[in-house]
Ligand binder design. Structure first.
Ligand SMILES: *[C@@H]1O[C@H](CO)[C@@H](O)[C@H](O)[C@H]1NC(C)=O
Ligand SMILES: *[C@@H]1O[C@H](CO)[C@@H](O)[C@H](O)[C@H]1NC(C)=O
Length: 367
């Protein structure tokens, strides 16, 4: 009976309608932003065909350079950790979802400041990881910067290039080819935003290149110097991009779709080195699956801070719970000859405050 009637419906509706329906579904379902970010979660098991969200160009690069993918994967863990460090005191804390190939969840579907930051730091992370792997001789395709040879001078005088200068230009070149590949396939506001922020991230790493030198000469007189260019700690890039997140600029797409304009008509200056975003962020106060917000219920907050980690801001005015917990710290440390430091374990009680969950109106409370 049931089967018969279903067949009846099918035969009355031409399959074109179903096809159209599925097509519409595909068009209007926001593209689940699975991306190369997931390489980090795969660890050593990078198999190019199995990474969801790679576009063709990325898949080809992946197949051609498995060793670079390894570096990108290890780098991903580092920039994600840096992102979480930078946002540890924020409502949105850069948390990732386990075994989810979108990595950050639906929050990245919105063209927000947070997305701007993640795109920038992820592409910076690729530059950093590849450049470092080049210098360490882990990759077939690149090594130290061969252009840094012979004599040169800086404000302290002449020096000889020596050692291994980080090949940042190779890192930037590959990061651009690999990371930008996806965005080059579409021309919409989001793609432009991503490309812009990706570039900001790449340049942020280059900004903190520094000259490191070794002195030679009679009893360390430094009459002769050998120098090389090295990347600074990735924390510098993280701190810099975090500041850029604070001053990120809202933009809108041009009418003809060729670029974007700053939303604020009075803005003077250039967006060249600024992060840009299109949509305002949600407040991230409540759990909201559509917005990808986890909410702040249960987050630890600081009672005496007036900043984003303060209970007032973090808990969005919902209030907080306080727990007394035992804390063990090292104390009464003594230096023992030779050469150890011995400490005692001291215990004290501290208050830990955590945000209360959202109180739902009674008529919604179904539990
Ligand atoms: C981020 O916040 C969520 C709750 O909003 C929490 O479950 C998670 O542990 C936090 N993650 C990090 C890395 O602090
Ligand atoms: C809480 O905030 C205050 C004021 O900003 C700061 O001095 C203190 O170190 C913070 N405490 C913790 C545990 O972070």
């Amino acid at each position: 009976m049931a089967t018969g009637s279903r067949n009846g419906i099918l035969s009355r509706h031409p399959s074109r309608i179903y096809f159209t329906f599925i097509l519409l579904l595909l068009i209007f379902t926001p593209r689940a932003d699975s991306s190369w970010w997931y390489i980090g979660a795969l660890g050593a098991r990078v198999i190019c065909d199995n990474i969801p969200g790679l576009v063709n160009k990325q898949r080809q690069l992946c197949q051609r350079h498995p060793d670079l993918m390894q570096s990108i994967g290890e780098g991903a863990k580092e920039w994600i950790r840096e992102c979480q460090h930078q946002f540890r005191h924020h409502r949105w804390n850069c948390s990732t979802l386990d075994r989810d190939h979108t990595v950050f969840g639906r929050v990245m579907l919105h063209s927000s400041r947070e997305a701007a930051f993640v795109y920038a730091i992820s592409s910076a992370g690729v530059v950093y990881a590849i450049t470092r792997a080049c210098s360490q001789g882990e990759l077939k395709i690149c090594s130290c910067d061969a252009h840094k040879r012979g004599r040169a001078r800086d404000d302290k005088g002449d020096f000889d290039w020596g050692g291994c200068s980080d090949n940042i230009n190779y890192g930037i070149k590959f990061a651009k080819a690999f990371v930008d590949a996806r965005e080059r396939m579409v021309k919409d506001a989001r793609a432009m935003m991503n490309l812009h922020n990706n570039r900001c991230g790449r340049m942020a790493v280059k900004r903190f290149m520094k000259l490191e030198c070794k002195c030679h000469g009679v009893s360390g007189s430094c009459a002769l110097r050998t120098c090389w260019l090295a990347m600074s700690d990735f924390r510098r890039t993280g701190d810099y991009l975090r500041k850029k997140y604070n001053t990120a600029i809202e933009v809108t797409m041009n009418q003809d779709g060729t670029g974007f304009m700053v939303a604020d008509k009075d803005f003077k200056g250039t967006t060249k080195n600024e992060l840009v975003y299109v949509e305002n962020s949600p407040d991230y106060c409540l759990m909201d699956r559509a917005a990808g917000s986890l909410g702040t219920a249960g987050r630890v907050c600081n009672k005496s801070s007036r900043g984003t980690d303060g209970c007032e801001v973090m808990c969005c005015g919902r209030g907080y719970d306080t727990m007394r917990v035992k804390r063990v710290t090292k104390c009464e440390c003594k230096f023992k000859w030779c050469c150890a430091v011995e400490c005692k374990d001291c215990e004290d009680m501290v208050d830990v405050h955590t945000c209360k969950p959202h109180k739902r109106p009674d008529w919604l409370d179904l539990t």
